[in-house]
Design a protein around this ligand. Sequence first.
Ligand SMILES: [Zn+2]
Length: 358
Amino acid sequence: MAEFAAHLNQGTLNAQPTIFEIIAQESMASVLRPAVTYALKVLASSNPDKWGWIWRFGDELHLFFDYVVQNHYLKIYRGSISEHFYGLKRVSRTPNHDGDDKLSSVQRYLSLVMLVVLPYAKLKLDQLFERLREERVTGSLSSLPVRKRLYFLQLKRIFIYLYPYLHCTWELMCLCYYLLYIFKISGVHSPVLHIVGISLKRFTKRDIVTHNLQRNLPTVPNQQTLGKQILAIPSSALKLLSSVLANGLPVVVFSLKFLEWWYSSDNRSAVHSVMQLPVPPPPARPKPAQYGVQLPPHPAQCPLCNKVRTNPTALSSSGYVFCYPCIHKYLNQHGCCPVTHLPSATKQLVRLYVDDVN
Ligand SMILES: [Zn+2]
């Protein structure tokens, strides 16, 4: 409960958090997804044949874990994991007759949608936008019949044209809300929170006392029948999972982010320049996956089309070289190296100008 300590002396003075606390909790929330993605990537890379599916369904797995954790925090602490970390809670802007500002069940459900479903939908729309933009460049719709192709092209054009404007409008709206909050014109810092009638407040001493009392309540002796006890097993297991995830996930996530920073190329080059170590040997050749694409007999052939490579392009995750159109199409469809099944993306493609020696 160390996170409460910073706010104890000011909680009674001003319950409304400052914009810095809000931005800090939002940046912490934005760090969680890349950290989980990184953890899944490490796991998938360790054994692509066994864990490759984890990388393919990484967004959906994150959605599930996010749902379990955020649901737990909303139920117990009345806020998201990052809001709780900064000693904040969600309150209803329209308290009931007793002056109680607890969230209604509808508001809690909408909070969950806002915290879990909306970021997932936004991520999928961003990915779709990037994919369609790349498709427009590579013209990969050319395999479809002419009428269907024209229809899709039209839809694609509209989406590619409108999406940046919608994104920009949304960001401007968020900025306006921030400014209104900073100048104390509005008590809400986000348009979504405004729509569902929720605002953020600091945890008070009373909240902490109430929470500690609830945690220390003596457990009622269990006099349920065996049938009821068996039926309660799934809900108990889910509660245990959410408790483990809620308490262990922040530690795991921050450890992984630290390791990512420690092994990042920027940090490593700084350490290297200080220690002046000898040049390490080249990394070992990655092992082809059991069900991966077979390597062609001649090194000048592309493993995907088995023809002599055109526009040779290396995939930095595995080091294998393909034709640019072959590997680009394959990565868009499968998201992994065809030979090793290591998780990969199109940004890891490196064009090789081996024929352009002057
Ligand atoms: Zn090829």
